[in-house]
Design a protein around this ligand. Structure first.
Ligand code: THU
Length: 152
């Protein structure tokens, strides 16, 4: 199995707070087309928390994922700081999401580049609206055989 599955009650307070920040970011989500809200929150090495949420467009391929919005916000205002962790959560309009939500393939690739840029792994803390939390210690765990700068 990839990563470590734990109960919400087993999270330490730092991770619990970060996941809550991701849940707060759901309120900023602009997803009128999919009605699928995604929230992300990055913990920086300074202790600051930077949030992001998905941001859709009537031209569907232009939709931005929460993870990349959050990383963009970090890059815009905190580019010298390290992203230590990112919490990600989601809420749909239909069924309750009780399984951890994992980043899409494009976000995995972007997160991987961020790990390489900062030479530090990014821990991922993933949860749906309820249920177990999945902890991944590095993006590399969910993007094997990845393309990276080594090939260029
Ligand atoms: N979405 C994210 O924000 N992150 C992901 O990793 C998967 C998908 C968003 C994009 C779109 O706004 C909605 O979820 C449905 O795909």
């Amino acid at each position: 199995m990839i990563g470590k599955r734990i109960k919400l009650a087993e999270l330490d307070s730092e991770d619990f707070d970060l996941l809550n920040a991701a849940k707060m970011a759901l309120n900023d989500s602009y997803a009128p087309y999919s009605k699928f809200n995604v929230g992300a929150a990055c913990l920086l090495d300074t202790g600051e928390i930077i949030k992001g949420s998905n941001f859709e467009n009537s031209s569907y391929p232009l939709c931005l994922c929460a993870e990349r919005v959050a990383l963009g916000a970090v890059h815009a205002a905190h580019s010298t700081k390290l992203v230590v962790k990112m919490a990600i959560t989601a809420k749909g309009s239909g069924k309750l999401i009780d399984e951890p939500i994992t980043p899409c393939g494009a976000c995995r690739q972007v997160l991987l580049e961020y790990e390489q840029k900062q030479s530090e792994d990014i821990q991922l803390i993933l949860q749906g609206q309820s249920g177990d939390v999945l902890i991944l210690n590095t993006v590399k765990e969910i993007l094997p055989l990845s393309f990276d700068a080594e090939f260029l």
